[in-house]
Design a protein around this ligand. Structure first.
Ligand SMILES: [Zn+2]
Length: 193
């Protein structure tokens, strides 16, 4: 996928390879110039392109920082990139710092732009996605609350319960029980019919 020479150019941010290839990162869906100053991703997640128009055809988006298309990446597009990362990696221990690294920007810039475009901070957005995923898991499985909390990236159970309550007005357990009652009564009414 990546030759040793290309890999070396990437980790050394070598600008003399900028007219030779672009590299795209599977986990973040972003592509860069070899000279991009962002922290390099894992080698196995990289795909190298010699035709600079190919990465976008494959669904990758240009990096905000190194502008691999030679033109600025506007804020809306960058927010889409950030949002994709949040949606794909919410289950991980995703901090603002990590998100900024993955999205190739500084923490403060990322927070500022995200808020400006979506009226929400990246942390609020991340929490929304985690709670929505938790709600879905509560409805579709018999997993314990702490299992679900862990799976959606909120391993601190009391924090998870507190936030769930704030947003949905009931605890995860109440929510799960209520739904299960509904499910059972549906089964029961089917039996009676
Ligand atoms: Zn870049």
């Amino acid at each position: 996928m990546v030759t040793d020479t290309e890999w070396k150019a990437i980790i050394e941010n070598n600008p003399s390879y900028d007219d030779q290839f672009r590299y795209a990162v599977k986990t973040t869906k972003i592509f860069c110039r070899p000279s991009c100053p962002s922290r390099p991703p894992k080698r196995e997640n990289i795909t190298v392109y010699y035709d600079f128009t190919e990465p976008e055809k494959d669904g990758f988006r240009p990096c905000k920082r190194c502008q691999p298309n030679g033109k600025p990446v506007d804020d809306t597009l960058w927010v889409e990139e950030i949002d994709t990362i949040v949606q794909e990696q919410y289950a991980e221990n995703l901090t603002l710092k990590e998100l900024a690294y993955l999205a190739h920007g500084s923490e403060s810039h990322l927070r500022h732009v995200f808020k400006k475009v979506t009226q929400k901070t990246p942390s609020q957005r991340l929490l929304d996605i985690r709670l929505t995923a938790a709600k879905k898991a509560l409805l579709s499985s018999d997993k314990t609350i702490s299992q679900i909390a862990r799976e959606v990236g909120l391993p601190n159970v009391s924090y998870f319960i507190k936030k769930f309550k704030e947003v949905y007005g009931q605890s995860p357990k109440q929510y799960q029980l209520k739904h299960h009652e509904n499910r059972h009564s549906t089964t029961l009414s089917k039996l009676i019919e």
